[in-house]
Design a protein around this ligand. Structure first.
Ligand code: URA
Length: 232
């Protein structure tokens, strides 16, 4: 791949910035100053250093965001801040999108990536990747409601949900795990029991919990090891 395209593909620097860095002699390939932007490099074998920092090429990036309230899970919105607005420049690159949406008033774990196949794998209900939420409710939940939710509740519009897993934390607070991601799904599931969700937070995707050290609005990379935990 061309050196300037390779470096700019990782998002931190634009193509023009990379060209300037190369002109200024700030990019080395295998210890030699890169003479021009168009030299061919293989990221698997060439050692590239950009402005003194080793360049690490990743085909895809996977980010964990702790979404605050009021931010929308879109790539572009004229009125509201989006989850992509919270991605710092060092992680930003073309093609990023949230793998699954949270409502504007829902907080917690949003996975942002540029890997469409991976996103499909974790979102398709067929693959049984559970999304875990904590829901605070307006009214106490009954054993009968828990039974209905665990069996597969029918929404008011007739949609039959897959079975969910419920842990009652107190009479108005539950942990709920679902593999589907229909619009307002958990709010509608609880509405079908005659209850109302007051507060909703996603705490885990598959086997990977939201990092408790990640403050609302902050974002960090998901490690390769953690990535494996999501789908197992
Ligand atoms: N279910 C909802 O109702 N809202 C969300 O944001 C996520 C799941």
């Amino acid at each position: 791949m061309r050196l300037d395209r390779l470096i700019s593909s990782q998002g931190r620097y634009s193509r023009n910035e990379v060209k300037k860095l190369i002109r200024d002699g700030l990019v080395t390939v295998n210890g030699e100053k890169a003479a021009t932007s168009d030299i061919q490099v293989d990221p698997a074998v060439s050692e590239v250093v950009v402005a003194g920092e080793p360049f690490i090429y990743r085909e895809h990036i996977y980010l964990m965001l702790n979404k605050p309230e009021g931010v929308v899970s879109a790539t572009d919105d004229r009125l509201h801040r989006t989850v992509l607005d919270l991605v710092p420049p060092e992680f930003s690159r073309p093609g990023l999108f949230p793998a699954g949406r949270l409502d504007a008033d829902t907080t917690g774990f949003v996975l942002i990536t540029d890997d469409g196949d991976f996103a499909h794998r974790i979102l398709s209900p067929k693959n049984h990747v559970e999304k875990t939420y904590i829901a605070e409710l307006a009214d106490p939940i009954t054993d009968e409601d828990v039974g209905k939710l665990e069996e597969g509740i029918v929404l008011k519009d007739g949609f039959e949900c897959l079975p969910s897993k419920i842990r009652v934390l107190d009479d108005k607070k539950i942990e709920i795990k679902i593999c589907e991601g229909k619009y307002h799904q958990i709010k509608r599931m609880l509405a079908a029991t005659g209850n109302r969700v007051l507060v909703l937070k996603r705490t885990q995707i598959g086997g990977l919990p939201l990092d408790i050290d990640l403050l609302p609005g902050k974002c960090r990379e998901i490690t390769q090891e953690e990535l494996g935990v999501i789908t197992t």
